[in-house]
Design a protein around this ligand. Structure first.
Ligand code: PHE
Length: 488
């Protein structure tokens, strides 16, 4: 990839790829819940402050770094000093863990798309999801294949490989050009329909009614910061890789603002739809709203199918639309995770794009096989917490230390400002990146680790120890392998 110097053929391709990465399952099933449990309407205050003080400044930083070095993270850190190569692969290992499990969640969703046309999940949606789809109750555990999940997962992997292995603009570029607008249009239809449902106002009120007293609670601020990091795909080396393909004349601040605003407005808008639908269910079936509010797979594959059942004929339209939205949001995010890893492999081993994407996908498939078993969802939960709360947050600290502190932020700043028009960055941004954000991110990291340690059972601890081992040793091995690229 570095060898054939890929470039985005238009700024729009870059923007859509970044929006595709940011708008993911987190926007649809994580944000509404996080907002609801953290002060409702009052959550908007820490949320907006985190976008402005953390999300956007970090996007400037990551775009600026990719643009300045025109390289993936492993080569950036090597350019700073050869002895730092290990840290590049360390960061990429967490990203790789995300790649391996996120595709399973997209696969679960893919199973629900055909089912949604005839409400094939029946009346007990909980039992259906756990026993029929995940086969979680099968005593075979990791040795029992959950056949639907396995098949769907292999299909999803094939689609991702097919899109990514082609040249950047024909593959990733064209795919996003079709599916991001489609995703936005479909979500608009869902939300417009949702707000007309009986009981929608109750749901929306619940989501938006501020509990201002919560604003003094530190955890709410940490939740807002955490949500922004995850939602904008910061710390996953994705923005750096995508920004390394930007042409010289790019206006970095403008691009970062567009991505952040698109992602966060999608998130807020979707939350209104999700809560309208929950309000409808609560009113028509007389269930207290807080019993319905959940996140993640519980919301998407258990609560929502129940609601589609209750919607009558409309369920046959909104159901498929909802699962298709999840599919597009998930696929465009997951494809973005292939990029930094494939770029790194080609930069070190001189593979062309097609070959490095193929190798990345094969390695990813091998790891993800374990998620296609009866133990899949349990393992997936552990991978998810580990990669996000531990790995990705740590990545942000590492990139700040290596790039902003050791390499020097002034060069990055000059590049960000080079083609900037209405917004030029200065001292405030430097202070944020070098001094304030590392402290905030470190606190998020520590509190994440502590809360995880308090809740871990034996299985979780065992798997986490193995993941620790992998995270520290795998980068060592790859660093030691001889490079095949002359200018590496
Ligand atoms: N930003 C994504 C989301 O909101 C997070 C993500 C990106 C997860 C890429 C995995 C891969 O869902």
């Amino acid at each position: 990839m570095s060898a054939d110097k890929q470039k985005w053929s238009s700024n729009l391709n870059f923007l859509l790829a970044m929006i595709g990465s940011a708008v993911g399952l987190g926007n649809i099933w994580r944000y509404p819940y996080v907002a609801y449990t953290n002060g409702g309407g009052a959550f908007l205050v820490p949320y907006i402050i985190s976008i402005i003080c953390m999300g956007i400044p970090l996007l400037f930083f990551e775009y600026g770094s990719g643009y300045t070095f025109k390289a993936g993270i492993n080569r950036i850190v090597r350019k700073i000093n050869k002895k730092y190569e290990y840290f590049g692969w360390f960061m990429l290992t967490s990203t790789f863990l995300i790649l391996s499990y996120y595709c399973t969640v997209v696969a679960w969703d893919a199973i629900y798309i055909p089912l949604s046309f005839f409400k094939g999940w029946g009346t007990d949606t909980n039992a259906f999801f756990n026993n029929v789809v995940l086969e979680a109750s099968n005593p075979g555990g990791i040795f029992h294949i959950a056949i639907y999940v396995m098949i769907a997962m292999l299909i999803i992997w094939f689609i991702m490989w097919f899109i990514s292995h082609r040249n950047l603009n024909d593959g990733v570029g064209r795919f996003n050009k079709i599916f991001i607008p489609l995703l936005f249009v479909m979500m608009i239809i869902i939300v417009l329909f949702a707000v007309t449902l009986p009981g929608a106002n109750i749901g929306i009120m619940t989501l938006l009614t501020p509990q201002p007293s919560t604003l003094t609670n530190v955890n709410i601020w940490l939740s807002a910061f955490g949500q922004i990091l995850f939602s904008l795909s910061v710390g996953m080396c994705i923005s750096i890789a995508y920004a390394s393909y930007l042409p010289e004349e790019t206006n970095i601040p403008k691009n970062a603002l567009i991505v952040a605003i698109s992602n966060c407005s999608f998130e807020l808008f979707t939350a209104i739809g999700v809560f309208s639908i929950l309000g409808f269910m609560s009113t028509t079936n007389n269930i207290p709203l807080d019993q319905l509010v959940t996140q993640g797979t519980g919301l998407a594959f258990i609560v929502f199918p129940q609601i589609f059942n209750a919607m009558g004929i409309f369920g046959y339209i909104i159901g498929p639309l909802f699962f298709l939205c999840l599919l597009f949001a998930g696929l465009t995010s997951n494809i973005s995770v292939i990029e930094p890893i494939a770029l790194a492999l080609s930069e070190k081993f001189n593979f062309n794009r097609s070959k490095s994407v193929t190798i990345t996908c094969i390695l990813g498939i091998l790891i993800s096989l374990m998620f296609g078993t009866s133990m899949g969802s349990t393992l997936l939960g552990i991978f998810d917490t580990f990669a996000n709360n531990f790995g990705v947050v740590l990545n942000v600290i590492i990139e700040i230390i290596l790039i902003a502190w050791i390499y020097g932020i002034d060069d990055i700043l000059a590049n960000i400002n080079k083609n900037a028009t209405f917004l030029k960055l200065g001292k405030t941004w430097i202070t944020l990146i070098k001094y304030i954000l590392p402290v905030v991110v470190f606190i998020i990291w520590i509190t994440g680790i502590i809360s995880n340690m308090l809740t871990s059972d034996t299985l979780t601890t065992t798997v986490e120890l193995i993941l620790f081992g992998v995270l520290f040793i795998l980068p060592l091995i790859i660093t030691k392998l001889p490079a095949k690229t002359e200018d590496y």
